[in-house]
Design a protein around this ligand. Structure first.
Ligand SMILES: [Zn+2]
Ligand SMILES: [Zn+2]
Length: 275
């Protein structure tokens, strides 16, 4: 049986393309987690389009039951959903787990995302069976051998991050978090995880003009890692203005810093085997 994470989209804010982005790629957030027969997806950014394509032929989707978790409803995290082929295959069941965005549910917001002015297929014309469920901070969800828990991040609107426990290890997934002010709850929530996936979107110089936009500077992310003390730090949700060379330069600074763990900047298509 397969146990892995696969990053289908690692770009934050807006998709990009061009020769300067070839190594890291340009799709917005989407992470696949396969653990035996559990098939989970985190975020429906543009990376979910090639993920969906990999699962489907003309008639059917090879995975019948998919659980899709959304941290929040910003464009970069939902933009790929209308292009996710499994929603157009009969016999597929997709549960969409999302926080209540400013009082509105996932069903309300996806109904709007697929309004006829924006997209030709309406929510109630989709062939797959869709179910919407609400997730909340510190209300864990069990899924076979996996347990998922949620914690608020510091980001505009109501945004959650994820902690996934397998019988063998624990993974933290935090795409959108501005390390500013009180991070104690988030630090406590993720303390000592085996794998910690957290952004470091801005250089300190960029952060000086983008404070309050909801993302972290590399400097502050380095501080956070010293407090969380994970087994490994993986960096994703890269700034759309950062070329491959820029991202390699940020990674080099991080690797030269006194961190308690190894660190790696990863791009679209990166796979991490799970135990
Ligand atoms: Zn984002
Ligand atoms: Zn966001």
């Amino acid at each position: 049986m397969t146990k892995h994470l696969k990053f289908w989209g690692t770009r934050g804010s807006c998709p990009v393309s061009g020769p300067e982005y070839i190594h890291f790629g340009g799709n917005t957030p989407c992470l696949e987690l396969q653990y035996d027969d559990q098939f989970l997806i985190f975020d429906a950014g543009t990376g979910i389009r090639p993920l969906g394509h990999s699962l489907c032929n003309e008639i059917m989707c090879s995975v019948r039951k998919i659980d899709l978790f959304l941290s929040h409803f910003h464009w970069d995290h939902i933009l790929g959903f209308p292009f996710f082929e499994p929603i157009y295959r009969n016999g597929t069941e997709i549960t969409i787990w999302a926080p209540k965005g400013n009082g509105r549910t996932g069903r309300d917001l996806f109904g709007q995302l697929l309004a006829k002015e924006f997209f030709p297929v309406h929510l109630n014309q989709i062939q797959a069976k869709l179910e919407f469920k609400i997730i909340e901070s510190n209300v864990p969800v069990s899924m076979g051998p996996l347990t998922l828990d949620f914690c608020s991040t510091h980001h505009p609107g109501h945004t959650l991050c994820f902690k996934i426990k397998t019988p063998e290890e624990t993974i933290g997934y935090v795409t959108d978090n501005e390390i500013d002010g009180d991070q104690e709850k988030l630090i406590e929530f993720h303390k000592g995880v085996d794998l910690f996936i957290h952004e470091a979107q801005y250089t300190p110089k960029e952060y000086a003009v983008k404070q309050g936009w909801g993302h972290s500077s590399l400097e502050k992310a380095l501080d956070l890692i010293k407090k969380v003390r994970p087994g490994k730090w993986i960096v994703t949700h890269h700034d759309p203005s950062h070329t491959d060379a820029d991202l390699r330069a940020l990674e080099k600074i991080a690797k030269a810093s006194p961190l308690p763990c190894p660190v790696e900047w990863i791009g679209d298509g990166h796979v991490i085997p799970l135990k």
